[in-house]
Structure formats: C-alpha cells, structure tokens
Design a protein around this ligand. Structure first.
Ligand code: PXG
Length: 295
C-alpha cells in the first residue's frame, strides 16, 4: 500500500506523522472521505471544494491548488491499483509545539490513504436500519460548525457510543433547539407523501455530497425536496426514512426509538433512490485510469 504524504508516495510502514502534529494533539485539521466506483471518483470536485472550504473556515491555508488536490486523490487510487474503493484525505495544521496556537505550525500535513472499502452488510439495504436518538446534541454552529468537516469527531463518537450501547446501527442527532439535524456520519431524509424532507445545513448539519446527489436524483424523477427543520415526531410519523453518506450510500431506516417507520419495511421511494444512486455512481465521476476515459 502506497500512501500520499506531504508530496510523495511512501509505503504504509513509512507513512507516519509527528506526535507534535496538531491534527493529533488537538483535532486541528480537516478531512474528506471519497469513493471511487468502477475507476471513477464520485463527485471529486465537490469533495475537494468542501475540503478547501472547511480549511478556509478554520483559517488553514492549503499549499496547493484544487486541481492538484484532485490529482492527489486520483493518483492515490491509481498507485494502489484500486477501481472500487475509498480514500481518506486529511489536511492537518501540521507540526507545532505543545501549545494550542496554530501560529507555531508553519506547514500543514497532507496525506491521502487509498483502500478498498468494507461495504455495509447487504442486509441493511434489504431490511433497513434501526436507529435511536442520541442524548448528545450535535455541536452548535456558533461553537464548532458541523459544516466544517474537521478532524474533531468526538461529538459524533459520543453519540455512536450511545447507539452501540442500545444496539442501534446509527444515531439521530438533534441540535441545541431539539430539531433533528443529521446522524453521526450520515445525513437524514424523510419521505412524506410524494416529497422528500431533509434538514437545511445552516441549522447544524454537514452539507453531504451524497445528500446533494440524492436531491438531484429526486428532482430528475420529479420529486421535490423540502429543506426544512423537523422534530422526532416527524421522523416517527414519516412514510419512509433513509440516510445518505459516502460510506453508507443510501440506506433505509425502518425504526427510530422503537417506533416502526411507515410499515416497518424499506419504502418504495427509498428503493427507487437507492437504484438511481447506484446507477449514478456506476456511470459518472472523475476517471482515474485512461482506459475509463474511452470506456
Ligand atoms: N454528516 C456527517 C457528520 C458526516 O461525517 C455525512 C453527514 C455524509 O456526508 P457525505 O459527504 O459523505 O455524503 C458525513 C460523512 C465513516 C465515515 O467511516 C463517515 C463519513 C465520512 C467519512 C467516513 O463512517 N461521514
């Protein structure tokens, strides 16, 4: 396995960062999780744009262009001969001293790990997930905005711990006002009648790339998405519910806090969108290999 680290590809065994890296000491940095399907990187430009926006929001200047960063991702797949896989692209504040101050970190650390992805069991897509609501609220946007995809995931991890203790596969997170915002690593959608509903991102959710793709796919089949705030009552009484994320893709939810959603089985609209999403990932994306260009 070859890992991109600060400008070169090095074997996994030599891919190390300093214990003085502020990404490790303070979670000071940003990242992306990006997938490739059939030799094409899904929505690569959108992921790189979000990475640079996250970095800009925390006043972290990435010392390369967006185009160069896109090539880092494609090259990471190529060097490891991966056609269907996943990269973790990370930019940290870099190595500094033991103080919090980012001033002492002159050079960001940049690395990109390409790997094959452990797919979620297919049972989840056929039977749906059971979720619970975490007592841990999602970070407040005026403290650490969830739109920043930062290396500091402790908020989400605390919620996952609650979910695991309850035997749930994901956890719904609420904002400080008690509105549903997202899950620990996924965005949430409801189906109500012939429309989709998902929380707007300004109330405390990541602007998910998969979320955007699903909104586009729904529009293509004449289904409108309302971006509005809702509460757990709306989740419990929805016709259908599903989650979106790079790892999970589009996955049905059939139970929330022990209430069956709809008839307790994955819904028809969810099924349609899962199919449409699979088609989209198979047929679009930034080519990693030249043969894909001419396919
Ligand atoms: N909300 C949060 C908090 C996330 O972390 C999403 C929504 C979905 O966004 P995308 O752009 O992926 O559609 C995420 C992304 C993992 C893992 O290993 C999860 C994410 C990213 C990387 C790895 O479960 N979640």
């Amino acid at each position: 396995m070859l890992i991109y680290l600060n400008g070169e590809f090095v074997p996994k065994e030599r891919a190390s960062v300093s214990v003085f890296d502020h990404g490790l000491l303070y979670g000071d940095g940003v990242f992306e999780g990006i997938r490739a399907y059939s030799g094409r990187v899904f929505r690569l430009a959108e992921h790189i744009r979000r990475l640079f926006d996250s970095a800009h929001a925390i006043r972290l200047a990435i010392p390369m262009s967006l185009d160069e960063m896109e090539e880092v991702v494609r090259a990471s797949f190529r060097k490891n001969d991966i056609r269907d896989g996943y990269v973790r692209l990370v930019v940290t504040r870099g190595t500094g001293d033991l103080g919090l101050s980012p001033d002492k970190c002159p050079t960001p650390t940049i690395f990109c790990i390409a790997d094959t992805i452990a797919l979620y069991p297919s049972q989840y897509y056929d039977e749906g997930l059971s979720v619970i609501t975490a007592a841990t609220r999602r970070n407040a946007p005026d403290a650490l905005n969830p739109r920043v995809k930062s290396l500091n995931y402790l908020n989400n991890i605390l919620a996952i711990i609650e979910g695991q203790a309850a035997g749930a596969q994901e956890v719904i997170m609420l904002n400080q006002e008690g509105y549903v915002v997202e899950c620990s690593g996924d965005n949430i959608f409801l189906v109500r009648g012939d429309a989709l509903v998902t929380p707007p991102t300004h109330v405390g959710a990541l602007a998910g790339i998969t979320r955007d793709a699903v909104i586009d796919l729904a529009r293509d089949i004449g289904v409108k998405t309302d971006e509005r705030m809702f509460t757990l009552y709306d989740v419990y009484t929805a016709d259908e519910c599903f989650l979106t994320g790079t790892a999970a893709e589009v996955v049905p939810v059939v139970s929330a806090d022990s209430r069956p959603i709809g008839d307790g089985k994955p819904g028809a609209m969810t099924g349609k969108l899962i199919e449409a999403f699979r088609e989209l990932t198979r047929t679009t994306g930034s080519p990693v290999y030249t043969d894909v260009l001419h396919a």
